[in-house]
Design a protein around this ligand. Sequence first.
Ligand code: PSU
Length: 307
Amino acid sequence: MMNDLIARAPEVAQAQAEGRPVVALESTIITHGMPYPQNLETAQRVEAEVRAAGAVPATIAVMDGRIRVGLDADSLEALASTPGTQVMKLSRADLAACLALRRTGATTVAATMICADLAGIQTFATGGIGGVHRGAETSFDVSADLQELARTPVTVVAAGAKAILDLPKTLEVLETLGVPVIAFGQDQLPAFWSRESGLTAPLRMDDPAQIAASARLRRRLGLGGGQLVVNPIPRDAEISRAQMIPVVEQALAEAEAQGIAAKTVTPFLLQRIYELTEGRSLVANIALVLNNARLAARIAAAMAEDA
Ligand code: PSU
């Protein structure tokens, strides 16, 4: 179905035909979340990590008028080395338009979920989801990632919502939307660069098989929508909350002073935090994405066993 719109890499198609686990990966983190060449190196390492854990990686992007599910080495390199300003940042609203315009598009969490679901992939690893931005009570800036989690049946593994966001409000919206937020192996909601947020996660699971079972039961019950698995950054890579708070506040104040809005907010903040931490935030971001890829591969394997 829709083979004219969805181009699966041969490796992905073969794994699916054989019922082997596949993990979807997003591309906005490559084009808008990290600088070149660390973005390319990270994308390659994330794919290798998924493979080492026994699953097949499927990095998703829009190129040449098609949704590409699994990128070959040349396409990944081309995407990573194109300046972010020339690549569309795709959410649900932009996906069809990007195809119609035959432009290159990087998929956010929301768009990657849609494409993964269309391609029959149920597990997806990223860094951090978008959420409710601070000051949303006046700006109305709430990431479309949250609505998508409520709507599309994909299990998303993230290290929490990025700590640049309003985490209590993000949890409230996820609860209203009926999205299960499952902390892996701890009680607290992790906060992206830090293991702790000071907030208790609504749910906790310690075994990937439980996460796979819960996804299957949601389907059987007809509940619709996905699951958010929040996986704390490895201890040796984390930057403590106490260290991150002033950095995040400064970056947010600068964004406000410069009138940064809409889709450019998250990339601006990530870049400023990178500069303010002298690159440490990027080292942490890379470590947490690799960690999420490993867990997603284990969840995908448990789902494949169940199928
Ligand atoms: N994870 C990262 N870095 C990123 C992102 C995730 O480690 O840049 C991207 C994801 O694609 C997510 C997007 O969907 O940031 C959120 O953007 P916004 O706040 O504009 O919705």
